[in-house]
Ligand binder design. Structure first.
Ligand SMILES: Cc1ncc(COP(=O)(O)OP(=O)(O)O)c(N)n1
Ligand SMILES: Cc1nc(C(=O)O)sc1CCOP(=O)(O)O
Ligand SMILES: [Mg+2]
Length: 216
């Protein structure tokens, strides 16, 4: 695991790609390599939902994707599964309000990048107190990639967090495409995080390039 400083984490959040095997039309390793060629800056392994891999198969895929990230110098974040993140010595872990509490995750993963999904200022303040490095806010727009997504928040959640003095790095998530990515940044986010706009694209590299152009 590489230990990153806050300004580096902020830069990594710019184009944050999230995926698991069920999100991909092609081999996940190929998809990740193409996305990296296209300019993604951070990757989250999120093996979740109907048909997703479990146990050893999940671990094997995580190891392969971790290798790809290491070779490219892209930090590798694991969603939800703190044990796997520790076992693989991942660069970070992302958790939500229904997952293991952030303070406990921080204890188990002292030096990892810690991302926390929050929906209210209170949740954000608690996450920051617990040691979060960044917040995920969403769904900003309607999403097809998360069955239990909350009500769409729109850009106002990002604007409200900033108005209320939340200065920690923020990524927007949910329904983000190259057509609306710029608006998310202009609302006050440091970056965008997304699944389908890259994982389900016919040309993953081009989709990533288009998104990169929209955020820089
Ligand atoms: C960057 C980022 N933001 C938000 C989420 C969602 O996390 P969570 O609410 O825990 O939902 P699941 O992804 O676990 O279904 C995320 N994964 N990444
Ligand atoms: C994983 C996830 N979390 C969300 C949240 O609102 O916290 S929305 C979401 C899915 C994002 O996928 P897509 O880019 O395909 O919409
Ligand atoms: Mg979660």
């Amino acid at each position: 695991m590489t230990i990153y400083r806050q300004h580096e984490i902020e830069e990594f959040l710019q184009l944050y790609f999230i995926m698991g095997s069920t999100n991909c039309k092609k081999d996940p390793v190929y998809v990740l390599k193409q996305a990296i060629e296209g300019g993604i800056t951070l990757f989250q392994f999120r093996e979740k939902g109907v048909g997703s891999l479990e146990g050893l198969k999940k671990k094997k895929l995580a190891e392969k994707l971790h290798r790809v990230c290491k070779d490219a110098g892209i930090p590798f974040i694991i969603n939800d599964d703190v044990e796997l993140a520790v076992e693989l010595d991942a660069d970070g872990i992302h958790i939500g309000q229904e997952d293991l509490a952030a303070n406990l995750v921080r204890e188990k993963a002292a030096d990892m990048i810690l991302g926390v999904s929050t929906h209210t200022i209170g949740e954000a303040e608690k996450a920051i107190e617990d040691g979060a490095d960044y917040l995920g806010l969403g769904p900003i727009y309607p999403t097809i990639s998360k069955d239990d997504a909350r009500e769409v928040s729109g850009l106002t959640i990002i604007e409200n967090f900033r108005k209320n003095g939340i200065t920690i790095p923020i990524v927007g998530i949910g329904g983000i495409t190259s057509a609306n990515a710029r608006d998310v940044i202009q609302a006050g986010a440091n970056g965008i995080s997304l699944i389908s706009a890259i994982a389900a694209a016919d040309d993953v590299k081009k989709a990533s390039e288009d998104l990169k152009r929209a955020v820089i």
